[in-house]
Design a protein around this ligand. Structure first.
Ligand SMILES: Nc1nc2c(ncn2[C@@H]2O[C@H](COP(=O)(O)OP(=O)(O)OP(=O)(O)O)[C@@H](O)[C@H]2O)c(=O)[nH]1
Ligand SMILES: [Mg+2]
Length: 239
């Protein structure tokens, strides 16, 4: 009998998206995953930025992977456009990377930093992390949005900074768990090795489930309608 809850074992790499507001630690999370898992998995990284390849250059300078396994997509548009509305540029970059270094186990895709509403299309990634940090304020987790409520894993990063910004990390995690109906929340700091190990375990588990055909990509949901102003003075809306 056909089982609707599983698919065939996967031949290609697990595509793992990392999204979240500007500066919360998306590149740092990717650096941490690469440093700790590069001996276990064959990895590649695609970064997204509007105008620069800053994130790719940071990851290369950190030496987290051989340079040719880190590539930048300069989207030239709002970050969510390239990870959700028209994923062509990213999909081509991921497929090129998979072909050039076959067989890869995991390709990590960093979204350009956006507001709370950007999520990856399931047409681009199989699973996604959404990264918040304590420095953005303890109440952010309560504000919800598709990434917070629907990402496969919500990371609350920089918990080492909690005492300096008067954020009660435990409360923030509790609020996040409520916003996610009990979906997984990881309190993370690169300075706390136990939390880094939990992050790695989550990635290992996701890869195992995916490779075995037991993971169904879930769409966290579309972004809320919003409006942009650009440097040249024109504005446009995303409904
Ligand atoms: N104290 C502390 N700082 C961190 C941690 N993780 C990241 N940072 C710092 O936070 C800043 C932003 O980190 P990035 O990884 O560049 O953040 P990002 O989300 O990739 O930023 P954009 O790509 O510009 O949106 C950097 O100065 C990092 O060193 C952490 O666990 N603890
Ligand atoms: Mg970054």
């Amino acid at each position: 009998m056909h089982d609707e809850t599983t698919t065939a074992p996967q031949a290609r790499a697990l595509r793992l998206g990392v999204a979240g507001p500007v500066g919360t630690g998306k590149s740092s999370v990717i650096a941490t995953i690469c440093r700790h898992l590069r001996d276990e998995f064959a990895l590649g990284v695609i970064t997204n930025d509007i105008y620069t390849d800053e994130d790719a250059r940071f990851l290369k300078s950190e030496g987290v992977l051989p340079e040719e396994r880190i590539r930048a997509v300069e989207t030239g548009s709002c970050p969510h456009t390239a990870i959700r509305d028209d994923v062509t540029m990213n999909l081509m970059a991921v497929e090129d990377m998979e072909r050039d270094f076959a067989p890869l186990d995991i390709v990590l895709v960093e979204s350009g930093g956006d507001n709370l509403t950007a999520t990856f299309s399931p047409a681009l990634v199989d699973a996604q992390l959404f990264v918040l940090d304590v420095a953005g304020g303890g109440d952010v987790a309560r504000k919800g949005g598709p990434g917070i409520s629907g990402a496969d894993l919500l990371v609350i990063n920089k918990i080492d900074l909690g005492p300096y910004v008067d954020v009660d990390v435990e409360q923030m995690v509790t609020d996040a768990e409520k916003a996610r109906d009990g979906g997984p929340v990881l309190a993370l700091s690169r300075k706390h090795p136990d939390t880094v190990e939990k992050l790695c375990d989550w990635v290992r588990e996701m890869h195992k489930t995916y490779a075995g055909g037991g993971h169904i990509p879930v769409d966290p949901g579309p972004m809320a309608p919003h409006h942009h102003a650009h440097d040249d003075g024109h504005t446009h809306s995303h409904e």
